[in-house]
Design a protein around this ligand. Structure first.
Ligand code: SAH
Length: 207
C-alpha cells in the first residue's frame, strides 16, 4: 500500500497553513512514505499531523514541524546537510528528497541509528547515519551548507557552528523549559545572525 492519497491530503493541510513557503518542501513531504518510518502499531496515524512514538522514549516530529524546519533551511539541490538526531530517519528522507548529495546524520542511540540506516537504505535514500554525540557535529564531512537539530539544546554547540560554511544556515530548538525554534545564518566574520520562529517542543539533547 503506497498511501499516496493520505500524503496528498497531508500536503493540502500543510499548504493551507501557509507556513511552508517552498514548493520543494511540500513535494518532499508528498513523496516520503512516513508510514514506513513509524512503528507498526502506529501506521494508521502515519499521515496525521502529529508526533508519534518511535521507541527508546523518542518521537518522530509532527509533519508540519519537519516541513517548517526544512523550509527554513532554504535548501538548494547542491547543499551538504548535517542532521543531529536521526530518530527513525523520516526527516533525513525529506531532506534527501531535496538535495542531490549525501545527507549526513548523527544519532545518539545506537539502535535507532542502525534501524534508521537500514530503513533509509531499503527505501533508497542517500543518507549516511553514524551513532555518536551530536554535540561534536560530524567534522569529517564538513563544511556543511545547512545543519539542523531535532533535539533541544540550551545553546548551539560550538563544533556545529564551526562546521557550517559562510552563508550556511542552522535550524534548532533552543532553550531549557520553553524552547524556541532558532534560525541562524553564518556571516563571513564567523558570527551568527539569529531569529526565532515560534515556540516548539522537542526531546532534550542527550550526552
Ligand atoms: N528527526 C527525527 C526525530 C528524532 S527525535 C525523525 O524524523 O524521526 C530526536 C532524536 O535526537 C532522538 O532520536 C534522540 O535519540 C536524538 N538525540 C538526542 N540527543 C542527541 C545527541 N546528543 N546527538 C545525536 N542525537 C541525539
Amino acid at each position: 500500500m503506497t498511501r499516496e492519497n493520505d500524503r496528498e491530503r497531508l500536503v493540502e493541510v500543510l499548504s493551507r497553513s501557509e507556513r511552508i513557503h517552498r514548493e520543494s518542501v511540500l513535494e518532499a513531504i508528498g513523496a516520503v512514505p512516513r508510514h514506513e518510518f513509524v512503528p507498526d502499531s502506529h501506521t494508521q496515524q502515519a499521515y496525521h499531523d502529529r508526533p508519534l512514538p518511535i521507541g527508546h522514549g523518542q518521537t518522530i516530529s509532527a509533519p508540519h514541524m519537519v516541513a517548517i524546519m526544512t523550509d527554513r533551511l532554504a535548501l538548494s539541490p547542491e547543499d551538504r546537510v548535517l542532521e543531529i538526531g536521526t530518530g527513525c530517519g523520516y526527516h533525513a528522507a525529506v531532506v534527501a528528497e531535496i538535495v542531490d548529495t549525501t545527507v549526513y546524520s548523527v544519532e545518539f542511540q545506537p539502535e535507532l541509528a542502525e534501524s534508521a540506516q537500514r530503513q533509509l537504505d531499503r527505501l533508497g535514500y542517500d543518507v549516511t547515519v553514524t551513532a555518536g554525540d551530536g554535540h561534536d557535529g560530524w567534522p569529517e564531512h564538513a563544511p556543511y551548507d545547512a545543519a539542523y537539530l531535532t533535539c533541544a539544546t540550551p545553546e548551539l554547540p560550538d563544533p556545529i557552528v564551526e562546521q557550517i560554511a559562510t552563508g550556511g544556515r542552522i535550524v534548532a530548538p533552543v532553550g531549557t523549559g520553553r524552547q524556541q525554534l532558532l534560525i541562524a545564518e553564518k556571516e563571513s566574520d564567523g558570527s551568527l545572525t539569529r531569529r526565532t520562529d515560534g515556540y516548539v517542543q522537542f526531546v532534550p539533547m542527550r550526552g
